[in-house]
Design a protein around this ligand. Sequence first.
Ligand code: PGA
Length: 251
Amino acid sequence: MKKKIIIGNWKMNPNTVDDARRTYRSIRNLSKRLSNVHTVICPPFVFIPLFKSTQGYPIGLGAQNVYFEEQGPYTGEISASMLKGLGVKYVIVGHSERRAMGETDEIVSKKIQILLQFGIHPILCVGESVHDAHGDYLEVLKNQIKNSLAKVQKKYSSQLILAYEPIWEIGAKESMNPETILEMSLFVKKVLSDIFGHDQALATPILYGGAVNFRNAGDIITKGKVDGLLVGRESLNRPGFSALLKTVDSL
Ligand code: PGA
């Protein structure tokens, strides 16, 4: 059985170095006791150098963003090479919170290309803003995936991770029901299969994100049949995230 991938997206949290260290250590120590879960933590950039001690622990270090140029006069930006040098193996791209700040499919596509060039796994987030009755949302989703991956060569597709995150579920109280998650993840696989072929599509992990917590995680994985979860708020709640990891590990 393939390990489930659980990604903690800390967003712009926590406020202090001490808090970040404490949260990270508790997850890192627990990760040693899990055999069916691969945990990835995506803290804000400034905390990444503090967490280099992932070596020896089955935990991955990720970032929440990257710039698409290799280096140069880009004030405030962070390159793929800098992240790689700090041990970052995963980077979230196309998160709806960044899309709301102007990140287009074209920018996402460029970010994916630079990440692949540096051997970093892009975690491509896609999701519709409304689940309309006519099914137009399927077209929205398909275009997001196709545009973002148009320039990715098939041989690199195995490095991709895809996270389906319906926008209204992010920060919501309740997650999408597992039956709909299953339908949507099958749709995402179908689109991937059109781009890269059947085998590659089956090999690409599809995650679900949006209001995941320790109570609903088990059902989302077993009934929604996804390969993992992208977790926001609950990844900063130490007891909640530990319970979530243990639940998924025991499935
Ligand atoms: P949430 O966020 O788990 O707090 O809903 C998920 C995300 O933004 O990836």
